[in-house]
Design a protein. Structure first.
Length: 544
């Protein structure tokens, strides 16, 4: 028996009942702004669907790659693939920070793992695909069939447990894995976020994250459309080159909800010109979701301090926790107060004196537990592995070696360490990021955070990792630092400063410090540091 695809049903319903309402505003520049309605977006999606089904005979349930910059074509392709009963596979685009060889290897792996035969791309993307030596049919986004018949019955699927989307993990702590998500899982997570934030047709969203990122695809496309709220999008590179554009558009369009990683809020707090604050009005802003990477209390404090003059309310900042294996979101901080902090449960004597920000309580339909290594449930304020269960969990990974763990009771073990207090979730870090030195646990990101304001440090230009040393029977701590050539102090002075800071804060000195004047730290397509790959590079260099 056929069942309804909730997200497509809403899309179809809006196109039928509100065809002339503004759906998406695409802001490329002050002189290049496109505004499209639900009716237009549906007609374009129908063209994509008709191209896939009539011209390419796409079988139901087959994956179709989207290899496009954030654009109206990308959005219509998302819904067009679903209208054709296909599976969305959003492919990461290269960035300036990518190791090109690794990027091409990753892209080729995704295409082969998902058995892609069709990829929707633009001209630039097609040239990149030509470097891969893979057999795929590239469908140009501007060459869809002109027929755009409204597909009124295509919002039904054979089974709500069918796969609707394959999204890849960032690969910051292991090889990227393809997460298979059902129609039900995606719709349930979107619905839970909508209810948590009380989004409706009076809400206004703003986003710039790439659509290959779960926060970009789910948070800035599927969520606003499902919630009937208009969304303004602009290209990720516009933000990287000019961070203040984010704040200016928040003000210009009276945005109520936006989303971004910690580093983006940090950039705006540091770089937004003081003289422009009088031109900014953030009184409409209700939800600033902060996630994707460790959320720092200093970043939140700096952002609030910077923009309170522009009407920003402290309670608007909402740290959140999520992962691709649960679509996007697990918990969101939502209280009528500023964010709250707690010390690390094991802060006595192990150097972890940081205050950790609450990620809030689990969304409706999602359960969170803390477990020890034996699978035993831990009580409040006890550190352990975060496990989740609920209606948004993945169906599994793509490929023969899934490398994921479910307990006998159906809990998914995330690989993240954390604890709970009064239902509020706190994240300590990844299990794989723990460095054990002389029997004491240290978190790599704590050490990095202590050095983040070094003079001349490149953005994201510091990484700490542990290397096992059999001779001394413990792990050696290695720090890599990327410094701008303009830094005045020399290498010796910088090493001294790093040693002194780490010793004062943690009681030891790093075993090795390596300083670079160029970009050498490998990152994922979403800009996260690939710590495990740094370790591999270091070990290979030691052997040669």
């Amino acid at each position: 028996m056929k069942t309804e695809n909730k997200l497509l049903y809403q899309f179809n319903e809006l196109a039928q009942s509100h065809p002339d309402d503004l759906a998406v505003r695409f802001y490329n520049s002050s002189t290049n702004i496109q505004e499209v309605t639900y009716g237009w977006l549906y007609r374009e999606a129908a063209r994509v669907s008709n191209t896939l089904t009539n011209k390419y005979r796409l079988p139901s349930g087959e994956g179709v790659g989207i290899f496009l910059e954030t654009s109206l074509s990308a959005i219509s392709s998302i819904y067009g693939i679903w209208l054709a009963h296909g599976v969305i596979v959003s492919l990461p685009l290269p960035t300036r920070k990518n190791d090109l060889d690794y990027y091409l290897f990753r892209l080729r792996t995704i295409i082969n793992q998902t058995n892609l035969r069709f990829i929707i791309a633009g001209n630039v993307s097609e040239r990149m695909l030509s470097k891969l030596d893979v057999k795929v049919t590239v469908i140009q986004s501007d060459q869809m069939v002109k027929k755009n018949k409204i597909l009124v019955n295509n919002n039904y699927i054979n089974n709500s447990d069918e796969v609707s989307l394959i999204q890849y993990t960032s690969g910051s702590t292991s090889s990227p894995k393809g997460v298979r998500l059902s129609h039900n899982a995606v719709a349930n997570n979107v619905e839970s976020i909508k209810e948590c934030l009380d989004l409706n047709n009076k809400s206004k969203a703003l986003g710039w994250l790439p659509l290959s990122h779960d926060m970009g695809l789910i948070g800035t496309v599927l969520l606003p459309v499902y919630s009937k709220c208009e969304v303004t999008l602009f290209p990720p590179m516009r933000f990287i080159l000019n961070p203040k554009i984010w704040v200016q558009l928040l003000s210009k369009y009276k945005i109520t909800v936006t989303i971004g990683p910690n580093f983006a809020y940090n950039l705006c707090a540091r770089k937004f010109p003081e003289e422009l604050l009088s031109t900014i009005d953030l009184r409409s802003l209700q939800h600033c979701l902060v996630g994707s990477e460790p959320v720092k209390s200093k970043t939140l404090e700096d952002f609030i301090h910077k923009f309170k003059k522009a009407g920003l309310r402290a309670e608007s900042l909402k740290p959140c926790y999520g992962l691709a294996e649960n679509v996007v979101a697990v918990s969101i901080f939502k209280q009528e107060c500023a964010f709250i902090e707690e010390p690390h449960p094991g802060s006595n004597g192990n150097g972890n004196r940081n205050q950790f920000v609450s990620m809030g309580k689990p969304l409706q339909g999602i359960l969170v537990a803390i477990m020890d290594n034996s699978g035993k449930l831990l009580s409040d304020n006890q550190l352990g592995e975060i496990a989740i269960k609920g209606h948004s969990l993945m169906s599994g990974y793509v490929g023969k070696n899934p490398e994921y763990t479910f307990t006998k009771d159906g809990w998914y073990l995330t690989g993240d360490l954390g604890w709970k207090i009064n239902g509020q979730l706190y994240i300590a870090g990844r299990k794989s990021d723990v460095i054990i030195r002389s029997g004491v646990n240290y978190y790599a990101h704590d050490i990095e955070n202590e050095l983040n304001d070094l003079e001349g440090l490149r953005q994201g230009g510091i990484v700490c990792f542990g290397v096992t040393d059999d001779e001394i029977g413990t792990e050696r701590i290695i720090i890599w630092v990327e410094i701008h050539l303009s830094r005045k102090a020399g290498k010796y002075e910088l090493e001294n400063e790093i040693n002194n800071r780490v010793f004062k804060r943690f009681g030891f000195k790093p075993d090795r410090i390596e300083i670079f004047h160029k970009r050498v730290i490998p990152k994922t397509s979403s800009g996260k540091i690939r710590r495990f790959h740094c370790k591999d590079i270091y070990l290979k260099n030691q052997r040669t």
